[in-house]
Design a protein around this ligand. Sequence first.
Ligand code: ADP
Ligand code: MG
Length: 692
Amino acid sequence: MAFLEVKKLNKYYPIGTQKKFHALKNVDLSFEKGELVSIIGESGSGKSTLMNLFGGLDSKFDGEILVDGENIGEFTEKQMVQYHKEKIGFVFQSFNLVSHLSIIDNVTLAMTLSNVDKDTRIERAKMILDQLGLKEQYEKKPEQLSGGQKQRVAIARALVNDPDIIIADEPTGALDSETSEQVLDIIQQIAEGGKLVILVTHSERVAERSSRIVTIADGEIIDDKKSGPLKAVDKTFVLRSLDEKQTNKNLSLFSAIRMALLNMKEKLGRNVLIALGGSIGIMSIVLMLSLGKGINDYLTETMNENVNPLVIEASMTEATETSEAKKEREEKEAEESKNSEVVPGIPGGNTDSNPGSEVEFTGPPGTGSKLSFKEENIKELQEIENVKNVTEGFTSFSFTKNAIEFEDESYTYMNFGTISPDITPSNIIFGVLPETNEVLITEGLATSIKDNTADMIGEEVSVKIDTGDESLEGSYKVSGIFTPGDSAGPAGIFDSVYMTMDTFKSLSEESDKDVEANVLYLTSESEEFTQEIKSQVKELGYAGSSADILTDIFSQMLDIFTYVLTGVAGISLLVSAIMILTVLYISVVERTQEIGVIKAIGGRKKDIRRIFVSESFLIGLFSGILGVGLALVLSFVGNTFIERAFDATVLHTTPAFAIAGILVSIIISVLAGLLPASKAAKLDPVEALRRG
Ligand code: ADP
Ligand code: MG
């Protein structure tokens, strides 16, 4: 059986939906290795059609094409890829070299697609290029070569995988007669080296150089004859055949990225502009996130500025109340509401004393909780890791019921508290911290009593404290005036009175009211554990300090604000995605010929998709890096200005934002690249190469 055998081959091209064009009619042919066959015929006679079928670029035909006994019409996609890699080498009239790849890269392309190692690739390509008289041209680009040189590069590319069949469709069509002769000399030597060379031409002179001439007209073989002995040519070309064909592997990701990079370098200006466009969206997003974080950090910092970093405040919530304590409290409340019940509508009823008519504010969260700490609660909190000690305290908040009486005048204050580790002598502007039977009052309160604030020191005042259920009252000496400074705790906003827990306890005992601690101050072993203890306290269901709670609320609001702004910035990402999509579509059109070549030499759909996706990946990577870089520069500049005006920075870019920015950029870009990449992968190689 002949090496290449064609039986009853018919080819129809569909025209529109109804008609079809009969391009090849019952072709029967057989060829052996070592033959140099010329297919000759008028333009439009079906030569290229026949070559595309031999080469497996077109698999739609009737009849049989047997290569080495196998019908290529029945090949799976994988077998066809293997066929292109091992059996077939193409040489085209218009060379079809990939313009952005160097000569050596063009020749090694077929081996790159098979992931042959780099050294072997380059060694073999150089060997063939040297024999074809292209020594030292390796790094040139195709456009820097003459027509004859280009065709020799194309021949080198066809030979590099040591195929059995070389298909050359009008290889001398674009060359002058002298260069044609040189190329034909090479082609003749290839055939004499034992390969089957099928040459398409419409020139009698070219045909005369072959060992057999097949004439085709209107899709029919009208003549098939042996021609005279081949002209004697200098044996300059001796191709070493491959001992072992390394064609079972595929294009590596690394090579795909390298190819994408080479193409991007060729269109540098355009790619820089796209990256710049894409980077603006990324930059805005990173800046918005940094702004949100900056403001959040600023708030947290200010809130915690005058707070002892070792102290964690905890107060009870209904969630932490034991069922026993809850029952007890509810019974008490029920009794109270019964006692104070007023029958409505009874004339003469003293509506003024009706407690129901009075609006009671509970104050800012975390202050004056009516729930008190029980044994179990204290134990639970004490057991948190790294808690050094626990101090009991009491706070009460009321808009109307807390008051100081001095010289028959009553002055309401809102916030009562026991001395906590948060109150340090540095906050006391006059006097000292209170000891037994002494109180500390805020500056505002002192000023409203006496014009000269410091005069309050040593004065005896009567202090009324609302404990939620009842009022306690006692007489105390003012030991000091306290300035809350920038503290964001209740004392920072409201007039406050402080005394020691012991003093408060004696007061409640004297008044026969068993008032228990409603706030605990946990002291951390070291500052580094404070945050962890805070979150554990929260996890157990206790509330934090009012500053903590306010910070949380602000943070939540800020988060929403940040996300909304980031979302708005994200719209520009959509724009850049569409931009990338468009540019890659254009790139597919521009690279049609390259895609055709890659398919002809054994590139899979997957490989082509990979090259294009790599390109969109790189665009995403570059615009991501650029965007993050721009954001960093702008944050730096912005912070410098803001710091001068406000003594604070508000743009806090974290590594997480930077990484997120780059990742988002890559993801969007790759998504935008998927469509063009699959369009490229689906291109019909015959169509693609015809346009070349
Ligand atoms: P040659 O290479 O000998 O000049 P071709 O093989 O390219 O000729 O074309 C043979 C015939 O088939 C021509 O009449 C051409 O118009 C027709 N033909 C080629 N490709 C297509 C196609 N894709 N659709 C329809 N007709 C085609
Ligand atoms: Mg043709």
